[in-house]
Design a protein around this ligand. Structure first.
Ligand code: ATP
Length: 230
């Protein structure tokens, strides 16, 4: 099976995330996609995140209607004996660890694809064991307006990055198609034209504005009922 892993903070999950997953499903013939909310994301510790349980609950709602979208507890807070949680002492969820844990349950014929948006991919070289991550799975990257194939290639960890003379013609090419390099395979979804942003959604919710344009009605209702971003 071709299996997708889609990680993020999902605070909240929105139509942009679902569009990315649907496009990946079709273009790369995936059989299942795990949506993995991070308990402690290594790269987003500037603002306090909503509690994990809320982010997971919204993901469960967003994935309920699609058989092959699976909400995953792979990066859930670790429960101490007796059920007590100690979030401050927990370490960040590194994608390489999650990928290896998921792959340990794979059959030999299973193949893993990591789903990611271009804005997050732009920082991929700074991720923990970035180079090893490209060895463990293929990437599916959703473009954002203004990004070219050169931006994708230049974002790669140094050892995998093609030389500048190779990527120069890439500047004029949109981020679509497949980029197959020694040590890295990247499938590009192009721009999904989904302007939803979790930051904008949290701001709209705080201001009591309607959220229906950017999130599923069930999620809008959940946010309203729980007063999550007030
Ligand atoms: P925030 O505004 O809180 O940073 P975010 O949606 O960008 O929210 P995450 O929930 O961590 O942050 O995103 C998970 C993944 O979804 C990332 O790889 C990100 O690039 C991608 N993504 C986010 N929004 C969109 C969108 N509108 N279209 C396509 N991909 C997106």
């Amino acid at each position: 099976m071709n299996i997708g892993l889609f990680g993020g903070t999902f605070d909240p999950v929105h139509k942009g995330h679902v569009a990315l997953a649907r496009a990946a499903l079709e273009q790369c013939k995936l059989h299942r996609i795990y949506f993995v909310p991070a308990n402690i994301p290594p790269h987003k510790q500037r603002r306090p995140l909503s509690p994990y349980v809320h982010r997971y609950a919204m993901l469960a709602l967003a994935t309920a209607q699609e058989k092959v979208f699976v909400p995953s507890l792979l990066e859930a807070p670790v429960e101490e004996e007796g059920g007590a949680r100690k979030p401050r002492q927990e370490k960040p969820n590194y994608t390489i660890d999650t990928v290896r844990r998921l792959k340990s349950s794979f059959k030999a014929s299973d193949k893993l694809f990591l789903l990611i948006g271009m804005d997050a991919f732009a920082d991929i070289a700074k991720w923990h064991q970035a180079e090893a991550l490209f060895g463990e799975c293929e990437f599916i990257v959703a473009g954002r307006p203004g990004y070219s194939l050169a931006d994708v290639a230049n974002a790669l960890p140094e050892k995998l990055r093609p030389r500048p003379e190779v990527t120069r013609p890439f500047h004029k090419q949109p981020a679509t198609g497949d980029l197959v390099l020694p040590g890295a395979t990247i499938h590009l979804l192009g721009d999904l034209r989904q302007p939803a942003s979790a930051t904008a959604i949290r701001e709209a919710a705080a201001a009591g504005k309607p959220l229906g344009r950017f999130v599923d009605p069930l999620i809008a209702e959940y946010i309203q009922k729980t007063g999550l971003y007030k």
